[in-house]
Structure formats: C-alpha cells, structure tokens
Design a protein around this ligand. Structure first.
Ligand code: NDP
Length: 532
C-alpha cells in the first residue's frame, strides 16, 4: 500500500484503510442546511453524508437539520425524498438499507424561509430539540448555505442577529459555530469584497468555509504531494526547465436547464475565477512552510497576486472567448448556445475562454500558463499539463527520428480517471536500424491511476470537504484575501469583454476542442493545445 503522509483528511484515511489520526475524528455537531430542497442538497450533500455514515466517519451525535420553504414537508417525508435521491445518485453505488435506517434517524426537517427573521424561532426550537436528543454535551453547529448567492447576504445577517452563529474569536472555543458558503462568492471584486466585509464583521475568518469543490478532489491535493514529497520534480519546476503549462477544464454538457443562471455567469465566473485559478495557484505556488491552512493559503495568495495584470491593451492578444455552435457531442446532435432555452439570441456570454497568463516572479518569469475551459467539448476532462523544455541537442534527430521529438509532459488528471502520467521518449526495440545514429525513438506514457493503485476511485469532493468542516480543517477552503485576489485578476477581463461586445462572437462546433482563435493563442511553437 503506498503511503501518503500529507495532511490526509479523515475521508482519505478511510478510503486507503490507514489509521485515523486522532485530530481527524469528526466532532459531534449538527449540520443545518439552508436550501434543503435544492439540487445541490439532493445531488451532492446527501450522497456525501450517506457515504460518510457508511464509512463510520460521522460522530455518533451527528444530526442534520434541513430547512426549506416547503412547509408541508415533515421529517418523514423529507427522509423519503432524500432516500429516493440517493437511489438516483451517481455517487452512491449501492445504498445499504441498514446504514440508511440508522442514518435517517438523524435527519430532521423544519419549514421556513431562511431570508425571513420570523423563521429563526422555529429553527432554533427544532435545533434545540435535536441537540438535546443527539448531542446534549456539545452543541457544535455548522450552517450550510446551499442557496442561490443572491440570498447569502440576508441569511448571514440573520444567522448573526438570531444568535445562532455568534462571533467566536478563539478557534479552540467550544461549542463552535461555522458557516459554509457555496460558490460563487461574489460576481466581481467589489461584490466579493462587500460580502467578505459583511461576513467578517459578523464572524471570525476561522468560522467561514468558502467552498470551491475542486479543492476537495484527490488530484488537486495530490499536486502538492507530487511537487513537495518527491525530490525529482521540484528541481525542474521552474522557468529553466518548464516551457509552458496548460490547464484545461472541459465539459461535454451544454447549459442544460440552467440557461438563465449561465447567461449571468459565463465561463469566466463559473470556472476561471475559482477552479482554474486554484489549479494554477497549486501548480505555481512556492512550497508552504507547513501544511497548515494558513501556510498553504498564504502561498496561494502570493502566487495569484504575482500573475500579470490583464490590461485592456493586452486582453485582445492574451484572451479568447467563444460560444458553442450546433454540433455533435458523443454521437448526439445538439443545438448551439444561442438556441438553448433561456438564452438570448444575441447573447454575449462566453461558453469557452482561453487565457495566456504569466506569473511574474523569480520562478516563472516568461513561462506562459495557457488556461482554457469550455462547454460542449468532445470529452469531459480536467487536467494540468506541465510541458518541459525540449532537449538542447538532438543527436537522434534529422535522419533517424524523422520528426521533432516531443518534449516531456507531466499530466495531472483531476477528473475523470484521477492520476498522473509522464510522457517520455524511448528507443523502439529491435535491430532493424542497427546504427546508433539512426535509432528509432517513440513517445510512451508512464501512468499512475488512483483507481488501479488504491483499488477504488477517488472520493467525491463533497465527502472530503464536509468532513473537513466537521473537523475544523480549513486548508481546502478559500480565504477572504484569496477570493479577492482571484477576482482582482479576473475583473478586468470581465469588464473588457462586457464593454467590447464581440461582433461576430467567435464560435466552435459543439463536440470540438474550441475556436480557431484559441489555436492561434497557444501557437504552433507550443505544439498547439493538447487533445486529452
Ligand atoms: P437551487 O436553485 O436548486 O436552489 C437551492 C434552494 O435554495 C432552493 O431549493 C430553495 O430551497 C432555496 N432558495 C432559492 N431561492 C431562495 C430564496 N429567494 N430565499 C430562500 N431560499 C431560497 O440551487 P442549487 O441547489 O443548484 O445550488 C445551491 C448553491 O450551490 C448555489 O449557490 C450554487 O451556485 C451552488 N452550487 C451548486 C452546484 C450544483 O451542482 N447544483 C454545484 C456547485 C455550486 P427551499 O425552497 O427549500 O428553501
């Protein structure tokens, strides 16, 4: 069994069958979910909670109080709804009825509108009853805002004024009260800053867990292990040996039924400000002095701040936007973005973007980071590809090889098939070409797949993240200054595109790897975009 000794979350210890360190045990607590009848609760939160229950990772006094506006629901009917949702979930392979029957006893529902102060008396009363029954000694609580971002603000105000979440300055104080905020955190630097100011006027930073679920993914955490727990990569991890880095987050889906949401968001807000900049930060950051939350987050903030500003003069050269046109994805004909429901016929919302970033610091000066994301691509894949410099002199080249040698590429696959592969050149076996100057050379892959090495696929991100909230482990959550640093970088791009409508908007056929403008951006010199 390979041994991972990075700050492993309790979820990972369970997955890999290692002993749980004492600090990783979840404390007794109650989780209060606002937005309990929504999509996220059904598709992500309950499957994750069920899995944690099945793996005995929840504290015995753990309970869930779901809050929703559908006041006709009861504990019983809500439990039934969640049981049905588990059956439909891709993330739960098989529901064990004995686990569910024990777990459902700890699920409760209370009707109420979380944006209305009048609801809070009912929530408090129910919470009091649950805590008295399940964990009378502790009364630790966390409040999960699985609601649209437009209601984050009134809810955090009410959590504070109702006394449900008091400000607690000392992280060691018990009972604790935490607030988990979903993405997107703001829709610009100004709105993110205002939300941070509000939240931090009510609570201490250590009480606020800002979710970026990409950070809960195994390979994302593995980027740090790969870089800093091995001595072979880090000496090469700089401008001397790396020619460029490609970061891709491709989806095969279009906007589905969420056209209205997507028109407001677009690919830059949806993917770049959060997930892609997090991947870039983990790839480019300096080694933290320890794996504590603040040490890691300090380094991430530093590197995001050293990314070159996207000025209005440079944006046309370094950034490309596009929308998918009609096409074929996985053998199925699909409409173009502007023909999707709830999408304007002259929409300017990009479904694809590619940006060339530079990290202006000692390590990375001059190394381009090509970052792209799009909907309706041929394949669902998220990965980081580090391209190394070509060897300085090719004595096999010209006659023997008959092609340019491919530089080495280290690929960290975030999803699916989480793993790492390294591409390098080898001699083709056989004596067909006997003369050494004519050796035949071919590229091969050395591949590590989590599923093969550890016997199962990586844990869904929400399991890792929920357990971390219960433990008080904040490394995988974004801090206020980090969120703002990311918005500060992205804002000029959003402003520029908003004030310079594309006419015509570049398009790419659904099922292709993006517009031709993006090919120009990366250039032939860099070998074009990878086709993962
Ligand atoms: P939904 O649109 O499904 O809404 C969630 C719930 O919020 C609703 O069911 C409703 O619950 C409650 N709600 C909606 N409007 C109001 C309102 N005005 N006042 C009070 N409550 C309201 O959203 P999702 O579940 O898809 O997303 C929830 C959050 O998670 C969002 O911030 C989203 O960006 C984020 N997110 C979602 C993902 C997903 O896969 N769905 C992925 C990543 C992030 P009720 O009627 O019971 O009160």
């Amino acid at each position: 069994m390979p041994g991972l000794h990075m700050h492993m979350s309790a979820r990972q210890h369970a997955t890999y069958g290692t002993k749980l360190p004492e600090m990783s045990q979840a404390e007794h607590c109650t989780m209060v979910i606002f937005g309990a009848t929504g999509d996220l609760t059904k598709r992500k939160l309950f499957p994750a909670l069920y899995q944690l229950a099945a793996e005995h990772l929840l504290a015995p006094g753990f309970a869930v109080l779901a809050v929703g506006r559908e006041s006709s629901l009861t504990d019983e009917t809500f439990r039934t709804k969640m049981r049905e949702a588990l059956g439909e979930s891709d993330e739960v392979k098989k529901v064990d009825d004995s686990v569910w029957q024990e777990f459902e006893k700890r699920i409760f529902f209370v009707g109420g509108d979380a944006t209305d102060a009048a609801a809070y008396e009912g929530i408090k009363k129910k919470l009091d009853e649950i805590e008295s029954e399940c964990a009378p000694e502790t009364r630790n609580r966390f409040f999960y805002l699985a609601v649209p971002p437009s209601v984050f603000e009134p809810i955090v105000r009410l959590l504070s004024s109702s006394g449900l979440v008091p400000r607690i300055d000392d992280p060691k104080q018990r009972p604790w009260a935490r607030v988990v905020v979903e993405k997107p955190f703001g829709r610009s630097l100004a709105t993110a800053h205002a939300l941070n100011q509000l939240v931090l006027s009510l609570f201490a930073e250590h009480q606020v867990y800002r979710i970026d679920h990409f950070l809960g993914k195994e390979t994302v955490q593995n980027v740090l292990v790969l870089r800093f727990a091995n001595s072979i990569f880090e000496p090469l991890w700089n401008r001397r040996w790396v020619s460029h880095v490609e970061i891709t987050a491709a989806e095969t889906v279009g906007v589905e039924a969420r056209g209205k949401y997507y028109e407001e968001a677009g690919v830059v807000r949806d993917m770049f400000q959060n997930h892609l900049l997090q991947l870039l930060a983990l790839t480019a950051m300096e080694p933290p002095y320890s794996m504590t939350a603040d040490a890691v987050r300090d380094e991430k903030v530093k590197v995001i701040r050293s990314i070159r500003w996207l000025s209005p003069e440079t944006i046309p050269e370094v950034a490309v936007r596009a929308q998918y046109a009609a096409g074929t994805v996985k053998g199925e004909k699909v409409p173009g973005y502007r023909d999707e429901p709830d999408v304007s016929k002259d929409s300017q919302t990009p479904t694809y973007a590619a940006v060339r970033f530079f990290v202006d610091n000692w390590r990375w000066k001059g190394v381009p980071f090509f970052v792209r994301s799009g909907k309706r691509m041929p394949k669902r894949v998220s990965e980081i590809a580090v391209h190394f410099q070509a060897p300085p002199h090719l004595m096999f080249g010209g006659n023997g090889v008959g092609r340019d040698l491919e530089p080495n590429v280290l690929v960290m696959r975030v999803q699916p098939n989480e793993g790492v592969s390294l591409n390098f050149e080898v001699k083709v076996p056989g004596a067909a070409v006997a003369l050494t100057q004519n050796i035949e050379v071919a590229p091969v892959d050395m591949d590590f797949a989590y599923a093969e090495a550890f016997g199962e696929t990586a844990a869904p991100a929400y399991e890792t993240l929920l357990l971390d909230v219960m433990i008080g482990e904040m490394t995988l959550f974004t801090r206020s200054d980090e969120v703002e640093a990311a918005w500060r970088l992205i804002d000029p791009l959003l402003d520029y595109w908003a004030s310079h409508p594309a006419d015509p908007m570049p398009t790419y056929p659904a099922g292709s790897w993006g517009p031709k403008e993006a090919d120009k951006l990366i250039g032939k010199m860099n070998g074009g975009w990878r086709k993962p």
